[in-house]
Design a protein around this ligand. Structure first.
Ligand SMILES: Nc1ncnc2c1ncn2[C@@H]1O[C@H](COP(=O)(O)OP(=O)(O)O)[C@@H](O)[C@H]1O
Ligand SMILES: [Mg+2]
Length: 586
């Protein structure tokens, strides 16, 4: 059981008081007894000398017994008169008959002593009276000693007197005890109250309530303690506020960061998992308190965690490939959290590098594609030149034919290099696009003029359907004409003889939409989404034969997007293709 402080104090104080009182009691009673004894003795002594004087005065009276009785009645003490030979001559407590048979008193201690020294004293049991008695004796006689007078007082009377005074002592001590009990109880409460208050405040602080402050204002140690607690409470509150603020900031960062974060304890149980990670692994159930390997079922991840938590590795990095919901590559960096060589958990950061990997692949493919595209014309130029050098140039006919092929291939090289340069410039942002308000009709017309010869050769019918009130477009003229030329060039190239091509334009809310429609070979459905990729061609050989590089649509797309427009294609295999794009209008 818990004993309250003020009760403890009360018990301690009371024990001290009881001890003091007991000490006082024993001291007092011991002293009282000797004091009372001495007092009694000296009183009796004084009385016996008075009695002696009385007897000496009236000693000649015949009836000593009467005298003894008289005196005893006056002083309330038994008086005995003994002759020198020890015969009892008178005794206030005995009648005549008893007096006759009483034994000789010559041998009594007090009588013998009185005869010897002039004063005798004895304390003993009287068989006559069956009581404990105190005897005093002195000799008397006018000229010589005639006898001895003795006073006897029952000790029970002394005891009664003693116990009377003892009761007073006990009573007053008890009263003192009661008083001090009440006093110490209140003292104890006064002392312990502030301590209890502070204990309550400390408990409240532990529970997170810092609003309570001790009410003690005294200048003693308790007051110091109260001030220390107030100071401590303020400090702790400040620190906790700081920590909470920091935590809130950290939480905000972790919650909103793009990377996934997972923290596990030393048993691999999830302590934290941010929304990004939940989203990446499609986790929508509560994860706190579950093992990481159960939440994210992935063998690479569980191997990483076990390496980190067993202390095999301190820092680890691996790539995971997730196939669901779609294929993604995720780089996981893990660090073990350890203090004093003890591993307390691990932090894993998940970085989605799918896009990075894709771009890397695009770059590799691009390099491979470019090399491949360059190699063909270069190889053929080299081949024809070598053939000519090794004698074929003597043959006029062959010379002309081979030089023509070399010329054709070098054209292709120039086209390819120009397209590559354009693309590189657009992609790097080095190609400046300065949009101005311009008429689209004239540009389309100029492009058709450029293609005029092929159009006529292939007997294509071309229609231009641009309304007279078509608003001006906001475009960089040379780039815009590059777009139109590329699309018309494709239309001409991929449409068989006798086909038709039409260019349409309609004004929309914010844009002008252009359509380049042909009745050509069309594009297979599965290739449609990819034709704007670099070097993507439905039929490589055909494109190459027609002098294409596979970069045209890619350039178109970049230019249109840079103007803030859109480009798309629709096609029906064998029946024709429509390329559409929008350009902001004035
Ligand atoms: N009008 C069209 N009709 C059919 N196929 C087309 C048309 N325009 C483009 N294509 C297809 O798209 C591919 C990419 O076009 P492009 O980037 O201009 O390259 P290129 O014209 O050099 O072959 C072409 O190789 C062709 O297969
Ligand atoms: Mg083209």
């Amino acid at each position: 059981m818990k004993l309250k402080l003020h009760w403890k104090l009360t018990v301690i104080f009371c024990s001290a008081i009881i001890f003091g009182l007991l000490l006082g009691y024993f001291y007092l009673t011991a002293h009282l007894k000797t004091f009372l004894d001495q007092n009694l003795q000296s009183n009796l002594k004084r009385e016996i000398y008075l009695v002696r004087d009385l007897i000496e005065e009236h000693g000649d009276t015949a009836d000593v017994q009467l005298l003894a009785r008289k005196i005893s009645k006056e002083i309330g003490i038994r008086v005995t008169i003994v002759a020198l030979n020890g015969v009892v001559r008178a005794d206030s407590d005995l009648d005549e008959a008893e007096l006759k048979v009483i034994e000789n008193h010559g041998g009594r201690v007090e009588i013998k002593e009185a005869l010897k020294t002039g004063f005798g004293l004895s304390k003993r049991y009287s068989y006559t009276l069956k009581k404990e008695l105190l005897y005093l004796a002195v000799p008397f006689g006018q000229k010589s000693v005639e006898g001895i007078v003795r006073l006897a007082m029952p000790l029970s009377a002394v005891a009664i007197f003693e116990s009377g005074s003892q009761r007073i002592v006990v009573l007053s001590l008890f009263l003192a005890f009661l008083l001090s009990l009440g006093f110490t109880y209140f003292m104890a409460i006064i002392i312990s109250h502030p301590l209890e208050e502070m204990a309550g405040i400390a408990r409240a602080m532990a529970a997170g309530d810092f609003s309570r402050k001790p009410s003690v204002r005294s200048r003693d140690e308790v007051g110091d303690l109260a001030r220390a607690i107030t100071h401590m409470s303020d400090q702790i509150k400040e620190k906790i506020d700081d920590i909470q603020q920091e935590k809130a900031k950290l939480d905000a960062v972790i919650m909103h960061m793009f990377e996934g974060i997972m923290v596990v304890d030393e048993k691999g149980v999830v302590q934290l998992m941010n929304p990004s990670l939940r989203k990446a692994f499609l986790i929508d159930t509560p994860v706190h308190g579950r093992r990481a390997v159960e939440v994210v079922r992935n063998s690479v991840l569980s191997d990483m965690l076990s390496d980190l938590l067993t202390g095999k590795e301190r820092i680890i990095s691996h790539e995971l490939v997730i196939t669901f919901p779609d294929e993604r590559v995720i780089q996981v960096n893990g660090v073990a959290i350890s203090t004093l060589n003890k591993i307390e958990g691990a932090v894993l950061v998940f970085h989605d590098i799918t896009e990075l990997r894709r771009l890397e692949k695009v770059r590799q493919d691009f390099v491979a594609n470019v090399s491949h595209e360059l190699r063909t014309p270069v190889a053929s130029i080299k081949g024809y030149a070598e053939t000519l050098l090794s004698g074929a140039m003597e043959d006029k006919q062959a010379l002309k034919e081979f030089l023509g092929t070399i010329h054709e291939n070098s054209d292709r090289l120039v086209n390819l290099i120009n397209d590559l340069l354009d693309l590189a410039r657009i992609e790097s942002g080095r190609m400046k696009i300065v949009p101005v308000a311009m008429e689209a009709v004239s540009v389309v017309q100029r492009c058709l003029n450029i293609l005029e010869k092929t159009i006529q050769d292939k007997k294509l019918s071309v229609t231009m359907d641009l309304p007279g009130n078509l608003p001006k477009v906001l475009a960089d003229e040379s780039r815009f004409s590059q777009v139109v030329l590329n699309l018309l060039d494709n239309a001409v190239k991929y449409t068989s003889e006798g086909g038709s091509i039409s260019v349409k334009a309609v004004s929309q809310e914010k844009n002008v939409r252009f359509d380049v429609i042909d009745t050509g070979i069309g594009i297979p459905e599965e290739d449609l989404p990819r034709i704007f990729e670099r070097f993507y061609r439905v039929d490589k050989a055909r494109s190459r034969d027609l002098g294409g590089t596979g970069l045209g649509l890619s350039i178109v797309k970049h230019i249109v997007l840079a103007h803030g427009g859109e480009v798309w294609a629709s096609s029906q295999l064998g029946r024709g293709t429509t390329f559409s794009f929008t350009i902001p209008r004035v």
